[in-house]
Design a protein around this ligand. Structure first.
Ligand SMILES: [Zn+2]
Length: 444
């Protein structure tokens, strides 16, 4: 069951897909550019021009949203999150970026942004918030990162595509049969494409977030309440907030600063009533799903600890409550695949594709399942469908190469292995691709 314990090298040939739809996306070569910091007015050296920020956002955000099970199919909720965001970004230092905000189907607690202003909050965090002011604090913080150009600052460091970003990997062996198996350890909150901010970045985003929410008419206590909530959640369920705190380092100092700032700089706005009822009304359908989200969180925790068989119980409970829940179906399929039960994964993936046809992750996972069942041509159709929906993911190039390899179509496989090796910078899969090209005499 835990195939990490499987030491037989012949059986270690597998496709290890962590995070699946998470992606490495090749970027144009970056030049350091001197730009005016929109917040401070100072000239600073940033790794990305504004055009590059927007282009990176367009390439990467759809892949990350898919890794987080896509936007919730709750139109009212998405419109509401976007409206609250719009009230803030219109009053920010960079009001003209192509901002958008949505709720995601992911169950862990997180919120993030890409540098062009594509912002997301998981349903795991949205079911915990108690007022619109807290939501404004959350979105304001992300808009703060965008305005202070923190991702651009990080470019050249963590935002660049690296071997570690590549999520589909193959452990090569002497065997000619490449049995794909899905490795799910560390699955929660695959965050390969997210910027990792410094503590200084966090302080600046907090300050900007409170400034924008106050300008938009909110009570600044919303920000302090949000931080208190996150800290108490982290104490109660440490694993759930790991991803959030990895990209947005949290500290008691951040909370204390927010409290002090609200009491001093924004004291006059503290008499504004907190918008509780409006938040509860707009999130009513989501909050009805709380037992589903909680069960899925429990199952994901088990999956992350390689207890896939045990994870089936909470996933089954979630499906009993919400048979048409996209994330629940995909997660049950992952639990089956982690136990090498590819055939049992298929009905859950079929259901996931039926309830959310435009979402990519179920397509990619369906392709991987077909590879596991030695149906390479069927796998290829799923990878092609994924490519049409979410183009430019090098993982798809790699998976298509493996499918052609299975089909003994050496020419197509070699072409794709070559393109993959050029698109990423290192990693196990790139080594594997190069080793195949070498075996076939394409490279020396
Ligand atoms: Zn942050």
């Amino acid at each position: 069951m835990n195939f990490n314990e499987d030491n037989d090298p012949g059986r270690r040939a597998f496709l290890r897909l962590v995070g699946l739809a998470g992606a490495a996306v090749a970027l144009p070569p970056l030049l350091a550019a001197c730009a005016t910091d929109p917040v401070t007015g100072r000239k600073t050296l940033v790794g990305l021009t504004e055009e590059q920020e927007v282009s990176l956002d367009r390439q990467q955000s759809p892949q990350q949203f898919s890794a987080d099970y896509g936007a919730c199919q709750d139109e009212r909720l998405n419109r509401y999150v976007d409206d609250v965001g719009a009230g803030l970004w219109r009053r920010s230092h960079r009001p003209n970026l192509p901002y958008s905000a949505r709720a995601l189907n992911a169950n862990h607690v997180n919120a993030y942004t890409f540098p062009g202003g594509s912002i997301a909050a998981t349903r795991g965090i949205l079911i915990e918030l108690q007022s619109e002011d807290e939501l404004a604090g959350l979105l304001g913080h992300e808009i703060g990162h965008v305005n202070a150009r923190h991702a651009a600052e990080q470019a050249g460091k963590s935002m660049l595509v690296q071997g570690g970003v590549v999520l589909a990997s193959v452990a090569a062996s002497g065997s000619q049969q490449y049995q794909p198996v899905v490795q799910l350890a560390g699955q929660i909150g695959s965050s390969a494409l997210l910027a990792k901010y410094s503590r200084d970045n966090e302080r600046e985003a907090d300050a900007l977030g409170m400034e924008y929410m106050a300008r938009a008419g909110y009570n600044p206590d919303g920000m302090a309440n949000l931080m208190a909530l996150l800290q108490s959640e982290a104490r109660a369920k440490p694993g759930l907030l790991e991803t959030m705190f990895a990209s947005h380092p949290m500290s008691d100092e951040r909370y204390q600063t927010a409290v002090q700032r609200a009491r001093s700089q924004y004291a006059s706005q503290r008499s504004r009533p907190l918008q509780r009822q409006r938040y509860l009304d707009n999130t009513a359908d989501l909050r009805r799903l709380k037992p589903v989200v909680t069960a899925l969180q429990e199952g994901e925790g088990l999956l992350a600890r390689n207890q896939a068989a045990q994870a089936e119980t909470p996933f089954g409970r979630a499906l009993g409550l919400a048979p048409g829940d996209y994330a629940a179906n995909v997660l049950m399929a992952k639990a089956k695949l982690a136990q090498k039960k590819a055939r049992e994964a298929e009905p859950y993936l079929a259901q996931a594709r039926a309830v959310y046809p435009s979402e990519g992750q179920a397509l990619q996972l369906s392709g991987v399942t077909k590879l596991a069942l030695n149906q390479a041509d069927a796998a290829l159709q799923f990878f092609d469908a994924y490519e049409r929906r979410l183009p430019g993911n090098p993982n798809t190039t790699f998976l298509r190469a493996v499918a052609y390899d299975h089909m003994q179509d050496r020419k197509q496989a070699a072409d794709l292995y070559y393109r993959y090796a050029r698109a990423v910078s290192g990693g196990q899969e790139a080594q594997y691709a190069v080793s195949r090209l070498r075996e076939w005499g394409y490279v020396k």
